[in-house]
Design a protein. Structure first.
Length: 155
């Protein structure tokens, strides 16, 4: 009699294991995941596309992008910034003065210092006294001279 009890005990765990396997393979419902090309998402993010534009091109919702591809989009955006910065440096080093000035301001924190010196003559009637008129004319000539220098490359 002791033998049949042992056989029954051995069969019970086997049935339990079979049930566990069956539960893992059973579809719990819901929609299958939408197939989205991660490379396409990254490329579009790298050229500055909006989330809506990427979603339209990938044929999915913005929510899907935010939920499943946030890291891919962030990587694409950073790669795009890197490529743009590299191109700006190349253009600047080829002698583009405007780009050199702009990058100096953006990256190096450089700024044009404009000093304005004003003197009030005391007149309120809208006409300038001769000294103030000469100061304004000198100031305008100085600005024109500086603009010409910058256009010639600072000579």
């Amino acid at each position: 009699m002791s033998t049949p009890k042992k056989k029954a005990a051995k069969k019970a765990p086997a049935k339990k294991a079979a049930r566990k396997v069956a539960k893992k393979t059973v579809n719990k419902g819901g929609r299958p995941k939408k197939e989205v090309d991660a490379r396409l998402v990254e490329q579009l993010a790298s050229i500055g596309c909006t989330m809506g534009e990427i979603a339209a091109a990938a044929d999915c919702s913005v929510d899907t992008l935010e939920r499943r591809f946030a890291d891919v989009i962030a990587k694409g955006r950073e790669n795009g910034k890197t490529r743009l910065r590299k191109k700006q440096i190349e253009v600047a080093l080829q002698g583009n003065v405007s780009m050199l000035i702009w990058l100096g301001k953006q990256i190096l924190g450089q700024a044009e210092k404009v000093e304005a010196k004003t003197e009030h003559s005391g007149q309120i009637n809208g006409t300038l006294d001769p000294d103030a008129k000469k100061a304004v004319e000198d100031w305008a000539k100085n600005i024109q001279r500086n603009i010409k220098k910058q256009r010639r490359g600072g000579k």
